[in-house]
Design a protein around this ligand. Sequence first.
Ligand SMILES: [Mg+2]
Length: 263
Amino acid sequence: MTDPLTVPPVVRGNYAFFFDLDGTLAEIKPHPDQVTLPEPIRLTLHQLAQQQQGALALISGRSMSELDALAAPYRFPLAGVHGAERRDIKGQLHRVELPPTLAAELRHWLNEQAPPLEGCEVENKGMAFALHYRQAPQHQRAIESLAQEAVKRFPGLALQPGKCVVEIKPEGINKGAAVSAFMQEAPFLGRLPVFVGDDLTDEAGFAVVNAAGGISVKVGQGKTQAHWRLASVADTHHWLLQLAQLHALTDRREGYESPDRRI
Ligand SMILES: [Mg+2]
């Protein structure tokens, strides 16, 4: 079957870039702690951010502290835990918390229910919980039922399925809402959004970008509402490098080069 979606254009102009991390900018590993962001990619993200006056954010299911560690030494605007936590361009934090008693009860309940599912892992993200089954795919249905039961039992929660993970998070939190929040603020405001992601969690981001007439890019195979597709993380790296090089080249031609931009 031929894929009707093609590689996104290498664009130059007033764009705001949003990148998912795992499976998009970084290869997925058996355990999330093994994932790294290659140094040339971190540098290229930094260059592209500078070329776009800072209008570049990472939007991930990971916590912001993990994202900062992966992107170091650079610090980008971030949305962590699917947007439950967000850091804007000024460094200001925006957080959606689960009520403390609800979070404690849910944690206690999950820790009671999950142990029989050997190889599965309950990750406590503070305002959300991730039930991982990458090491034990035979437990997929059991994990999904457990997550559904949690959402029925505790009010104000929603499910977010992903690759070998089901997350339980506050209702109304998703990557699309995170993109919308950034797009209301400088330097994102007034630009066309570009969102690149690989997973089900990224579809909400694609929807917001499509509605704004921007560029939505799915990485890898699978049904999607994105309008463009990159085949792999390596292809995403290649496209990203081309973007940054095009901007650098055009800036030089137009005499906009500054010592800062040459870094
Ligand atoms: Mg991903």
